[in-house]
Ligand binder design. Structure first.
Ligand code: PBG
Length: 327
């Protein structure tokens, strides 16, 4: 039915009509806000590379968690900075680490909030890699035990879910086995299943000082050129016991999100990473684009591509924008 019988513009006449036929709707209930926990007390220090995001000590993280709940957001994802770094990232699995303490304090103050923890060593190792280093090699199987200990320490502190982001082979299975062995068979794993070796993590690495001291992460994170491999990575993590799978980053990988969506019925998360956030913030500061519209457009595109869950530094802002009518 071509023009003039059919006219696409009929359904674009008014805001109410456009809302009526909108195919993709963003809601607060699918957004997760990352938080950066630091040792100490009374610390709420803005991260220069992530405007609007702060380093939070445990007490401030509790305050923030209450705000997150007030926004109607269901979950936070905790990252930690240690007091000191060493080759084996010991503070990652210390029961008194900042993340472990924050998990405990947040669950006590706001039990209804889902507390997810990032499980990785790179914030805690002095070389900045996500695994044990021998020479210039990142040793896979030795790393697994440290990841198990890290995940277990988070769950023992009260974490509702763990999210391994290291990209070592076999880590989902190793963590699943460890948690099951300790009776934590009810704790889900959100696997960073298809995580690319991306330049878009730049602002995050500045925030946690985790830039590798030698080499890069390409021997464990994925080649940005590969999409079929993402489907394979996702299938492997599902076989190993992942409950939620993730594609990361999001915006430069919308095709990967769409492909993975076709390949599994599991909940699919996408990580709208620090560089994606920083680009919009920086361009808006320069007056080059409308921050509010760009934010909602970017998040909507990630959902349109097939993500059920979006991890984003924009989460609180997005809730405010959605309350004002959305896109
Ligand atoms: C690794 C980890 C990274 C991010 C989340 N987990 C960085 C990396 O792999 O170098 C990046 C998140 C972001 O850029 O927002 N533990």
């Amino acid at each position: 039915m071509p023009f003039p019988t059919y006219r696409s513009r009929r359904l674009r006449e008014s805001p109410a009509l456009r809302r009526l036929v909108q195919e993709t709707r963003l809601t607060p209930s699918e957004l997760i806000l990352p938080l950066f926990i630091v040792p100490g007390h009374g610390i709420r220090q803005e991260i220069s590379s992530l405007p609007g995001q702060c380093h939070l000590s445990v007490d401030q993280a509790v305050t923030e968690a209450k705000t997150v709940v007030d926004h109607g957001l269901p979950a936070v994802l905790l990252f930690g900075l240690p007091a000191g770094k060493d080759p084996l990232g010991r503070e990652a699995y210390s029961p008194t680490g900042a993340v472990q303490q924050a998990v405990h304090a947040i669950k006590r103050a706001v039990p209804g909030l889902v507390v997810i923890t990032d499980v990785c060593l790179c914030e805690y190792t002095d070389h900045g890699h996500c695994g044990v280093v021998e020479g210039e090699r990142i040793v896979n199987d030795l790393t697994l035990e440290l990841l198990q200990r890290t995940a277990l320490s988070h769950v023992e502190a009260g974490a509702d879910m763990v999210a391994p982001s290291d990209m070592m082979d076999g880590r989902v299975g190793a963590i699943r086995a460890c948690l099951d062995d300790k009776g934590y068979y009810h704790i889900p794993i959100m696997a960073y299943a298809a995580k690319y070796a991306s330049s878009f993590y730049g602002p995050f690495r500045e925030a946690v000082q985790s830039t590798p001291q030698f080499g890069d992460r390409r021997s464990y994170q994925m080649d940005p050129a590969n999409a079929r491999e993402a489907v394979r990575e996702v299938q492997l993590d599902i076989v190993e016991g992942a409950d939620i799978v993730m594609v990361k980053p999001a915006l430069p990988y919308l095709d990967v999100i769409a492909r993975v969506r076709q390949s599994t019925d599991l909940p699919l998360a996408a990580y709208n990473v620090s560089g994606e956030y920083a680009m919009i913030k920086a361009a808006a500061r320069l007056g080059w684009l409308d921050e509010e519209r760009a934010t909602l457009e970017a998040l909507t595109s990630i959902k349109r591509a097939g993500a059920d869950i979006i991890i984003t530094y924009f989460a609180k802002e997005a809730v405010r924008l959605l309350a004002r009518g959305g896109l």
